[in-house]
Design a protein around this ligand. Sequence first.
Ligand code: MG
Length: 281
Amino acid sequence: MHVIALSSWRKCFILSVSLIMVVCSIFAQSSADSLARAKRNKEMGERAAVTEIYIPVPPVVTPGKTDAEPPSDALILFDGKNLDLWRAEGPDSTKAAGWKVHDNIVTVDKKAKGIMTRQRFQDYQMHLEFRIPENIAGSGQARGNSGVFLACISDSGSDVGYELQILDNYNNTTYVNGQVGSIYKQGVPLVNPSRKPGEWQNYEIVWQAPRFKADGTLNSPGQVTVFLNGVLVQNDYHLIGGTEYIGFPHYTKHGPAPIKLQAHGDASEPISFRNIWLRPL
Ligand code: MG
């Protein structure tokens, strides 16, 4: 009886020791795997860090409550109250902008000509809203025509520069490089996302002004990206010169320039603007 009990005890002992050894072996292997994994992760982290940039940190900008509202670093060119940052188009730079501000919007006065910013700009992001009147009449270019001169390079304020066209092209056709969203007589818009007359529409513009060499020749062209009503209409378009009504585009050396809103001479009802802001880049 005692011999049998002892034999069982030894078997049990041997089994237990074997089990402990197996567990220790698994644990040791697992520990070695963990160390190897940690080493690999450390090496990967070090290799990844080679291409990580930490400074300078982009400045914090507080966005508007909606995408139409100006962010905290925007220059507000028109907030519905006055046109103090604008002047009348023409050789007299002291002449006040003649358009009528009412109901937190401003409406074009064609007799008073266009309006230009008093400040000059080079590269910028700009937000602007416009409304073609509900009772618009006319056709082709004579229907709600206006425009944003991204840079007005004539000190007298005439239509010399780079015009992003504004026109009523809701069921109104014209030459396609002159419709809304076009870089006038140059860049045809990718699509026509026009809203009905009477509805507010908006432009989001990113403009990079042309640069010139000391001898007056072009160093880099004007470049523009435009969204109309949230839809891309100009995708980094490179201008080949100023936007000419007659003749082919060409460049003339200039520096920072005012932005101009056009009072077009057609007989249709004048359009209105609101909520114009800009961030110099
Ligand atoms: Mg125009």
